[in-house]
Design a protein around this ligand. Structure first.
Ligand code: ADP
Ligand code: MG
Length: 560
């Protein structure tokens, strides 16, 4: 067998385009080649299990190695291999058509960056970093002869008899001068760790030393010796591929540590597991949220059959859940397409809805089963729930049963419980229910005391997002207004609690009132005097709620 040929493609200048535009994300070549090697290995395993391959399987692992001097990176597998004809078909035609398609799409894409890294360029991504690629392969098929393919990145290739003696494939990359950074142990280790940590077949990258027990010394103390062991990059059985039933809390916590080594333990997690109408597995963790720490979205990692794809999960995960951590794995998410296509994709929409529902169900279950435990975590959970309620109508519906309102006495109520609590005592003349809240217990302490002394409850709303949440509640709750405790509204409430007699005479009150009004001299402030008891605040100065909001908005730079 000896053949030279021209790869037939429509776009002559495919390589310059690949090299130029994929340059920013060129490290994905390794993900592509390693996952091809894994695919080939899984295929031979499947054939063996179906009885269609009866030869020796050997050690089924993928090995990545490099030679800095020779400027070579090699990816070797013991998979199904390829015959010469298969190379022509799968590499020359199919892989290339994928690359051609990429270029076609690329021409239409508005934003080149959108496409880069999301398009699985497959085998041909090798040419981003190599100016020559060799394949040495031997097919598993009986009587197959080894084949060798070489291509220097032009459309010319050479196919000859190869030298490989064992079933499987070597992909040999002759690294180009701009890509020599990849000829470093640390760089390769880093890329493999990023893209391959959970591939289903062991990935070996060199060896490392490990201490193992080696008997006892003369004093009876344990001795250790250093041994060289294979440096295996990946955990081939991450928890999301297992059934929830076989896992303990500890497994989930350990996996969290594996994903985010420097984080606190998560609050709880949700194991996703669907096979209809789409395939999706994963584990989502609720992290502990610190009030003053900036939240970092995009901590969820997206995999496709255990191959890391991206941590930009926008569109796949509902926006309000992007603050969660964890992994999602789905072969049904179209990864090779542009964002706009992803948004329109039916599967993606279903996945989005499913995740929202699943998260809501889990929270509801948690709330029902262990309300005290749930309340204890509310400070952290609340942020997600509120964000979800504000941004997602369906989630709001479900969250009504487990969203909590906390008052200044640290008592928690569901929306319904709170409604019932205050409905008797906190209506105004128009029959509107008035919820009072504080966002600053320090500054508004006097107002809170006054409200409480009148028998009114005050909600604590000082968490991030709470001001948005309040406006949202006002829109959603019927005949209900949510007012800050220092607003004038409180004066208009019809309290059922009998007001204690005033400690000042009417004349005294008017005098005090005039003094304050003159001193403040602001028409939008109201002064009311009602000294009740000796330890009470005799004077309250309130600002019209509307005026206050306008002021707040102005301070925020308008909008709202
Ligand atoms: P994809 O993996 O999406 O099919 P690729 O461009 O990555 O596309 O690979 C094209 C084809 O080349 C594969 O489908 C497979 O048939 C063949 N191939 C690539 N690498 C190997 C390998 N290591 N062993 C066997 N076949 C391979
Ligand atoms: Mg591939």
């Amino acid at each position: 067998m000896q053949e030279k040929g021209t790869i037939s493609i429509h776009t002559e200048n495919i390589f310059p385009i690949i090299k130029k535009f994929l340059y920013s994300d060129h490290e994905i070549f390794l993900r592509e080649l390693v996952s091809n090697a894994v695919d080939a290995t899984q295929k031979i395993k499947r054939l063996a299990s179906l009885g269609q391959y009866n030869g020796e399987l050997g050690q089924l692992q993928v090995e990545v190695s490099f030679d800095e001097k020779a400027k070579i990176i090699t990816i070797s597998d013991r998979g199904i291999g390829m015959t010469g004809d298969e190379i022509k078909k799968y590499i020359n035609q199919i892989a290339f058509s994928g690359a051609t398609e990429f270029v076609e799409k690329f021409k239409d894409a508005k934003d080149a960056n959108e496409l880069i890294g999301k398009f699985g360029l497959g085998f041909y991504s090798a040419f981003m970093v190599a100016d020559k690629v060799e394949i040495e392969t031997l097919s598993y098929q009986e009587g197959a002869t080894p084949a060798r393919w070489v291509c220097d990145g032009s459309t010319e290739y050479e196919l000859t008899e190869g030298t490989r003696l064992q079933r499987g494939t070597d992909i040999i990359l002759h690294i180009n001068s701009e890509s020599e950074e990849f000829l470093q142990q640390q760089k390769l280790q880093e890329i493999l760790t990023k893209y391959c940590p959970f591939l289903p077949i062991p990935i070996k990258f060199g060896t490392r030393t490990n201490s193992v027990p080696d008997g006892e010394d003369a004093e009876g103390k344990p001795k250790y010796k250093q041994v060289e062991i294979d440096n295996i990059i990946n955990n081939t059985h991450p928890i999301w591929v297992k059934q929830p039933g076989e896992l303990k809390d500890e497994d989930y916590l350990n996996f969290y540590k594996e994903l985010y080594p420097f984080s606190d333990d998560p609050l709880f997690w949700i194991h996703l597991n669907v096979d209809y109408p789409f395939n999706l597995t994963g584990v989502l963790y609720f992290p502990k949220v610190k009030k003053d720490v900036e939240l970092r979205p995009n901590k969820i990692k997206l995999f496709s059959r255990q191959v890391f794809i991206t941590d930009e999960v926008k569109d796949i995960v509902p926006e309000f859940l992007m603050l969660l951590h964890g992994v999602i794995d789905s072969p049904d998410i179209p990864l090779n397409v542009s964002r706009s296509f992803l948004q329109a994709d039916g599967n993606v929409k279903k996945i989005n809805t499913y995740i929202t529902k699943k998260v809501a169900d889990k929270l509801a279950e948690h709330f029902t089963k262990d309300r005290a435990g749930y309340e204890a975590k509310w400070e952290d959970i609340g942020l997600f729930v509120k964000y979800g309620m504000i941004t997602d109508e369906k989630f709001y519906e479900k969250a009504q049963q487990f969203a909590l309102l906390q008052n200044t006495n640290k008592e928690n109520f569901t929306l319904e419980e709170y409604h019932n609590k205050v409905k008797e005592n906190q209506t105004n003349k128009d029959g509107q229910l008035i919820y009072l809240y504080t966002n600053d217990t320090g500054k508004q302490d006097g107002f809170i005391q006054t409200a409480n002394s009148k028998g009114y409850d005050v909600l604590l709303m000082d968490a991030p997002l709470d001001n948005h949440f309040i406006s949202h509640l006002e829109q959603k709750l019927e005949k209900t207004q949510v007012k800050r405790v220092d607003a004038d509204t409180i004066d208009n409430l019809i309290s059922k609690t009998d007001a204690p007699p005033l400690a000042l005479s009417e004349e005294q009150s008017t005098a005090v009132k005039t003094v304050f009004e003159t001193a403040i001299a602001k028409p939008n402030m109201q002064v009311s005097v009602e000294a009740l008891q000796a330890d009470d605040m005799p004077v309250t100065v309130t600002m019209d709620e509307f005026m206050r909001r306008m002021k707040d908005m102005a301070a925020m730079g308008g909008g709202g």
